[in-house]
Design a protein around this ligand. Sequence first.
Ligand SMILES: Cc1cc2nc3c(=O)[nH]c(=O)nc-3n(C[C@H](O)[C@H](O)[C@H](O)COP(=O)(O)O)c2cc1C
Length: 182
Amino acid sequence: MTKHIMVGYATWSGTTHEVATAIGKQLESHGYEIDVIDLKQKLSSKGKEYDAYIIGTSIHASKPTGAFLRFVRNNHEILSSKPTAFFVVCANMYEDTPENRSETSDWLNDALKDIPTIPLLDTGLFGGAVITTGDDFEKLNFLVKFIIRSMQKSIREKMDREDFRDWEKIRSWADEIALKIK
Ligand SMILES: Cc1cc2nc3c(=O)[nH]c(=O)nc-3n(C[C@H](O)[C@H](O)[C@H](O)COP(=O)(O)O)c2cc1C
């Protein structure tokens, strides 16, 4: 029977949503059935159970999003009983170095320390982007939009670009997860 996988994301401006969509497409190419779901819509309801969970968050001020943490807290029993992987999307991973991996992992682990440990297939750590277009961005309030636009401007000035997502790396990671779920 075809396995059904939930790819959940928690996003501010849509970057992590786009990464989740790419992961979902790649997993689909391995024959899985995929639902890409905004974790905000899944906070209270336990919902249906999936055969595996790939759950991602962006980082703001060195912390995963509240929606991600609430989802993990509310569903840690299910997540512990099924193949589960996390992924993180953030500026710090603009370069995949041991230092950046370690710092980013610490942000995640610190935020999760009061939740029972969930055995994970893996944690994908990906460079992010500061984007100011698209449906997710449009849903944000004026102040958050202003902060993100300012950040985009300063990153552009400093780095000459504002998108550090490595789609090849994201797809390869999804391939590895696909094999681990089989
Ligand atoms: C207000 C703000 C704070 C941020 N803080 C961090 C941070 O502490 N560490 C980091 O690595 N990236 C940080 N970022 C970068 C985001 O993690 C990155 O832009 C990510 O791709 C955003 O994904 P999202 O659109 O799915 O929320 C920050 C971005 C914003 C807008």
